[in-house]
Design a protein around this ligand. Structure first.
Ligand SMILES: C[S@@+](CC[C@H](N)C(=O)[O-])C[C@H]1O[C@@H](n2cnc3c(N)ncnc32)[C@H](O)[C@@H]1O
Ligand SMILES: Nc1nc2[nH]cc(C(=O)O)c2c(=O)[nH]1
Ligand code: SF4
Ligand SMILES: [Mg+2]
Length: 233
């Protein structure tokens, strides 16, 4: 009984020590994340943009961790849990990105989980052209030279992003995605380019249907994940 009481007391003392030491630090980091000054960084790499209108262009990618949209075929599920990715200052991202490339692509995860204002401002102040890959599921923040909107049925884009998207890139996993693509195309602005991209795991089945669809409906173009064919990130 006495041992049990001593044990419980030790645990309580440890908890008090732990939370008084580390909780304020966690709150401080969280406050920087909330302000978009620090972001969970999954990876950053210099590569060739593989998809959409800018495919073939050298670009520096910043992949921010954290996404709760939940696409069952997502090709980067390791990005979903933000807590697995180190909180990183935007200064260090900008410094590396702009030392590699004039074109910087912010992707994720879902970048619009966070306030993209400070990161995009700093990138642009340092001369970069700044692109985003987004589902559009959250409020559009940041200043963008190129917005690639890739809407998802499970969490639709906010109304505001359809007005400003430069390209609409719909992933085709099954036949219903052609219907979804037309529904989304009816919502974007007149200058927005329209792309159909086969879901990677189902590409052998869906690519011939996409080819037929684009020939029948030439306002659409085909987008392939060309980086996967080139074996580059
Ligand atoms: C991984 S997402 C990250 C950015 C954002 N969350 C989004 O979905 O747009 C980057 C791009 O890859 C596409 N994508 C993800 N998984 C895919 C897959 N299995 N096949 C084809 N495209 C995929 C997304 O639709 C998006 O255009
Ligand atoms: N090379 C390359 N191009 C891409 N375009 C969009 C990507 C993404 O994951 O957002 C991506 C990517 O992961 N790699
Ligand atoms: S929104 Fe993007 S990152 Fe999130 S699950 Fe879907 S494809 Fe993956
Ligand atoms: Mg990718």
């Amino acid at each position: 009984m006495v041992y049990q009481l001593v044990f419980v007391r030790c645990i309580l003392l440890f908890e008090v020590y732990f939370y008084s030491t580390f909780a304020p630090m966690k709150n401080e980091v969280q406050s920087l994340v909330d302000r978009g000054l620090v972001l969970p960084l999954m990876e950053e790499f210099y590569t060739i943009q593989g998809e959409g209108y800018h495919k073939g262009t050298a670009a520096y990618f910043i992949r921010v961790g954290g996404c709760d949209v939940g696409c069952h075929w997502c090709d980067v599920k390791e990005s979903w849990n933000a807590e697995l990715h180190p909180p990183t200052t935007i200064e260090s991202m900008v410094q590396k990105a702009t030392s590699h490339s004039k074109t910087v692509v912010i992707t994720g995860g879902e970048p619009l989980t966070y306030d993209m204002g400070p990161l995009t401002k700093m990138l642009k102040d340092n001369g970069a052209n700044v692109h985003i890959e987004t589902s559009g599921a959250y409020k559009l923040t940041g200043t963008w030279d190129w917005i690639c909107l890739s809407p998802k049925k499970v969490k639709l884009p906010t109304e505001e992003i359809y007005e400003v998207a430069h390209e609409l890139k719909v992933i085709v996993f099954n036949k219903d995605d052609f219907r979804f693509a037309e529904e989304q195309a009816a919502k974007v602005n007149d200058n927005c380019l329209l792309y159909l991209q086969p879901e990677w795991g189902n590409r052998e089945k869906m690519s011939p249907l996409i080819v037929d669809y684009v020939m029948q409906n030439p306002k659409w173009k085909v987008s392939l994940q060309t980086h996967k064919y080139l074996n580059i990130p």
